[in-house]
Design a protein around this ligand. Structure first.
Ligand code: MN
Length: 199
């Protein structure tokens, strides 16, 4: 097997009331687990089997055979995006400190300006996708990607990602994606984001 399903690092109800238990159960055990298993099925028996996922996705999947490229893009992207997503939640929100907090302030002007930028990316993404804080070389950027495209595909390192697929928020927030994005900040694990930023 190439990629493993990463266990949720907290209980399914740990993000209540921001993200409800049922959403987390479905999101982790069904949606995410399906990306992982479809990815593993696609690469089984190919030269990609056992290769680190980040390498497979890099260079816009240049090393992936055409006949499995779309499947690997969607499901490999889904696997790597969600593995990060579980890690960067489960915290107490607040504001980032340390070198990441400083870099956010100097790049975006303030933490509030940064959050506004992320909200614009998250609500401006038409249909399914993600809003991200990424490291691009030595600079920080806020970007959005469609579907399960990962910043790793274009050589950027994601530090924080907000899943804006409806499966991430629809049970509790229905069509109100902006409310979900506003609430999301309450569960961010900034220590984990700092760890990723520093590594
Ligand atoms: Mn998702």
């Amino acid at each position: 097997m190439s990629v493993e399903v990463e266990a949720l690092p907290y209980a399914y109800d740990a993000l209540e009331p921001t993200i409800d238990k049922q959403t987390m159960e479905l999101h982790h055990d069904k949606h995410y687990a399906t990306y992982v298993s479809k990815y593993n099925d696609a690469v089984a028996g190919t030269e990609l089997e056992g290769k680190p996922l980040v390498e497979v996705l890099s260079n816009n999947l240049a090393g992936v055979p055409d006949n499995i490229k779309t499947t690997v893009r969607n499901n490999g992207g889904g696997a790597i995006n969600h593995a990060l997503f579980w890690q960067i939640m489960g915290g107490k929100g607040g504001t980032p400190s340390g070198s990441l907090g400083q870099a956010i302030n100097s790049t975006f002007g303030s933490f509030d300006a940064f959050k506004a930028e992320v909200k614009k990316a998250a609500t401006g993404q038409f249909g399914s996708g993600w809003a991200w804080l990424v490291k691009d070389g030595s600079s920080l950027k806020v970007i959005a990607t469609a579907n399960q495209d990962s910043p790793h595909m274009t050589g950027m390192t994601p530090i924080l990602g907000i899943d804006v697929w409806e499966h991430a928020y629809y049970l509790k927030y229905n069509n109100r994606r902006p409310d979900y994005v506003d609430a999301f900040w309450d569960v961010v694990n900034w220590d984990k984001c700092q760890e990723i930023y520093s590594s």
